[in-house]
Design a protein around this ligand. Structure first.
Ligand SMILES: NC(=O)c1ccc[n+]([C@@H]2O[C@H](COP(=O)([O-])OP(=O)(O)OC[C@H]3O[C@@H](n4cnc5c(N)ncnc54)[C@H](O)[C@@H]3O)[C@@H](O)[C@H]2O)c1
Length: 276
């Protein structure tokens, strides 16, 4: 083979190509979902942005459209499974297929026992089924509904990439996050593995990202607080919190054929926390 002629095929643009492909991103109006959406649309993908926050979603839609992004948006609460499935089905019909879905929307469910606020409400004795309910609805049932909205078409077309946003808190105990959050993120990781096994024979890949501490608006924006950041960074090998834009690379990897042989994997984006 002539190595010069083969070169363009090995360019980053070609290996991580998402141009013209179609994706759904939930929780697209802020933080990690916004970062996922912006890198997909900046690289020529069609993206359906889903979020429950109408104002923030409009802002992100306008921002991405203004730079030529081929985006659509829908205000949906992911815990409303019928609404979510109907919107994804419409997008799939219009686009005649679906290359990937990022089930990313999530909430913190309050403070952990290791935060100042959590000293009162975050301990084991204060846990109530009512407090956990919303976290289950969004962070677990919302993810299941997202998977369901995409699985049938992906099985049929024998291709697709499903990406779940889990957390380092689903792997190791973390006093900063709520009991419900850590417990449910752990379930999301097992949900990913189970689904990966079922869908592998169809050529559909399912993976999860385990972000560490990334400065976003989650938990009322606590991670933007300097004192909190200072306290947390001592337990991060890279010595700092992450930026949402540091999800760009993993997004393109999992969205493109660059990850064609990766399924059932939990990939940390955590500055090294899970190596400890
Ligand atoms: N930031 C971190 O440090 C961190 C760490 C690990 C995991 N995560 C996970 O990353 C994901 C994204 O969080 P983020 O940090 O970007 O937070 P964020 O608050 O900045 O963004 C979350 C987005 O999800 C949306 N959302 C919340 N509930 C929704 C619902 N019911 N339906 C539709 N949209 C909804 C919000 O409106 C918001 O736009 C979550 O699953 C979170 O658990 C974040």
């Amino acid at each position: 083979m002539n190595p010069v002629a083969a070169k363009p095929l090995l360019s980053a643009q070609s290996v991580f190509d998402v141009a013209g492909k179609s994706f759904v991103v939930t929780g697209a109006a802020s933080g990690l979902g916004e970062a996922m959406s912006e890198v997909l649309s900046a690289n020529g993908a069609h993206v359906l942005l889903i979020d429950s926050d109408a104002q923030a979603l409009k802002r992100v839609h306008e921002r991405l459209s203004a730079t030529g992004g081929r985006v659509q948006s829908q205000v949906i609460d992911v815990s409303n499974a019928p609404a979510l499935k109907a919107q994804v089905a419409e997008f799939v019909d219009n686009r005649q297929g679906l290359d990937g879905l990022f089930a990313n929307a999530g909430i913190s469910g309050g403070p952990g026992f290791g935060t100042e606020a959590g000293a009162v409400t975050g301990g084991i004795e204060a846990q109530s089924p009512q407090d956990w309910e919303r976290v289950f609805q969004i962070n677990l049932h919302g993810v299941v509904a997202s998977l369901q909205s995409a699985a049938a078409v992906m099985k049929l077309q024998k291709h697709g990439s499903l990406v779940l946003t889990a957390s380092i808190a689903g792997v190791k105990a973390e006093p900063f996050v709520s009991y419900a959050y850590a417990t449910v993120k752990s379930a999301v990781i097992q949900l990913m593995r189970q689904t990966a096994l079922e869908l592998a024979p169809y050529g559909v890949r399912v993976n999860a990202i385990a972000p560490g501490f990334i400065k976003t608006n989650i938990a009322g924006g606590r991670l933007h607080d300097d004192a909190t950041a200072l306290r947390l960074q001592s337990k991060i090998p890279l010595g700092r919190l992450g930026r949402a834009s540091e999800l760009h690379g993993i997004t393109l990897l999992l969205a493109s054929d660059a990850s064609s042989y990766i399924t059932g994997a939990l990939i940390p984006v955590d500055g090294g926390v899970l190596a400890l």
